[in-house]
Design a protein around this ligand. Structure first.
Ligand SMILES: Nc1ncnc2c1ncn2[C@@H]1O[C@H](COP(=O)(O)OP(=O)(O)OP(=O)(O)O)[C@@H](O)[C@H]1O
Length: 296
C-alpha cells in the first residue's frame, strides 16, 4: 500500500510558534511509515496561495497554527478541484477555538494517532463576501474588538490583548444598528455573531444550538443601546447561557445578508475566524459540501 502523504502547513508566527511540537509530530508520523512534508508559511496569505497552487497528492493536510491559519488553509484547499484530502489540526495558535471544540490535544503522539486512525467529522464552511470561514463571523462590537486588537501586544500577552480591546470598544456598543435578512426574514440588531461552532474565545460555550456538522450556521443577534446592559449579556458567556440572555435572539440559517442602517461612508469591518477579513455589506452563505476533519 502507498504511504499516506501528509503535508504539514506550519505558521511560525502563530501563538507560541511551537516548532518543537510540529517536528515531533513529523517524526512520529515518519516513524509510522507516512510520507511527511513540512511547509512553513512565509507571510499572511501565503498558506492560501500555496495550497491553491499545490499539485501533488494530498491525503492529509495538517494545519500547525491557530484558527487564522486554518482559515487560510481551507481557503486555499477549496480552490482545488480535488477534494480527496482530509484535514488535521496541530494546535499551536494563541486560542485554538476549533481544536478546543473538537477535543484535539497538544501531545505529538496523540496528534499522530488522530492523523492515522482518527474519525472523519464533516465540517460545513460558510463564506462571507467570497471568503470562507470555518468557525464564525462577527459584525459590530465583535468585529471592532478584532479590528482594533494591538497585534504587537497580542504577541507579548496573548488573549489579554483581546480583553483590553473589548474594554476599549465597550463605549461604542449600541451606537450602530444593522439590518439583517436571515433566510428571507428581516431583523435589526446592534451587534451580530454568526457561529458554526459552539465555542467562542477558547472553551466558552456561545451557542448550544450550533453544530459544526450541520449545514446551517447560528445567527446570534444582540439588541440594546446601553453598554451596561451589554456587559450583563457578556456575563452570560462564561456561564454558557449567553444565547438565552434578554436582548439576544438566536436563529439557524443558511443565507444571511447584513448592512448598516443609515450607512455613511465609514468602513464597517467583519471578523471571520478571529481576523478582520471583510467589510459590510455582507453576503454570507453556508456551503453545501463539508470538509472532512480528523478528530479523536
Ligand atoms: N509567516 C508568516 N508571517 C506573518 N504572518 C503570518 C505568517 N503565516 C501566517 N501568518 C498570519 O498569522 C495570522 C495569525 O495566525 P493564527 O491565527 O494561526 O495564530 P494565532 O492568532 O496565534 O491563533 P488564534 O487564531 O487561534 O488565536 C494568520 O491569520 C496569518 O494571516
Amino acid at each position: 500500500m502507498a504511504a499516506t502523504q501528509v503535508l504539514i502547513v506550519f505558521n511560525p508566527v502563530s501563538g507560541s510558534g511551537n516548532r518543537r511540537i510540529v517536528e515531533a509530530v513529523q517524526q512520529a508520523l515518519s516513524n509510522r511509515g507516512c510520507d511527511v512534508s513540512l511547509y512553513p508559511t512565509q507571510s499572511a496569505g501565503d498558506a492560501t496561495r500555496y495550497l491553491a497552487a499545490y499539485e501533488g497528492q494530498l491525503d492529509v493536510v495538517a494545519v500547525a497554527g491557530g484558527d487564522g491559519t486554518i482559515n487560510e488553509v481551507v481557503n486555499g484547499l477549496r480552490e482545488r478541484d480535488n477534494q480527496s484530502y482530509r484535514l488535521a489540526l496541530i494546535p499551536t495558535g494563541t486560542v485554538n477555538v476549533l481544536a478546543a471544540e473538537l477535543g484535539i490535544g497538544k501531545t505529538p503522539e496523540g496528534i499522530a494517532d488522530i492523523i492515522l486512525q482518527g474519525r472523519e467529522k464533516p465540517i460545513y464552511l460558510g463564506s462571507v463576501n467570497e471568503r470562507r470561514f470555518v468557525l464564525m463571523a462577527g459584525i459590530g462590537y465583535d468585529a471592532w474588538v478584532v479590528d482594533n486588537v494591538d497585534l504587537a501586544l497580542k504577541k507579548k500577552v496573548g488573549k489579554l490583548a483581546y480583553v483590553l480591546s473589548m474594554l476599549k470598544q465597550l463605549r461604542h456598543f449600541g451606537k450602530k444598528t444593522y439590518q439583517l435578512t436571515v433566510d428571507g426574514e428581516r431583523y435589526q440588531a446592534n451587534s451580530v455573531v454568526i457561529t458554526n461552532g459552539r465555542y467562542y474565545a477558547g472553551s466558552f460555550v456561545l451557542s448550544r444550538q450550533a453544530d459544526l456538522s450541520k449545514p446551517t450556521t447560528q445567527v446570534l443577534m444582540i439588541s440594546g443601546n446601553s453598554p451596561l446592559k451589554f456587559i450583563g449579556i457578556l456575563l452570560g458567556l462564561p456561564l454558557g447561557i449567553m444565547e438565552k440572555m434578554p436582548g439576544m435572539k438566536s436563529v439557524a440559517a443558511r443565507h444571511v445578508q447584513i448592512e448598516l442602517l443609515n450607512a455613511g461612508t465609514e468602513r464597517e469591518p467583519v471578523q471571520a475566524d478571529g481576523d478582520s477579513l471583510a467589510e459590510l455589506p455582507l453576503n454570507l452563505q453556508m456551503e453545501g459540501s463539508p470538509v472532512r476533519l480528523l478528530v479523536p
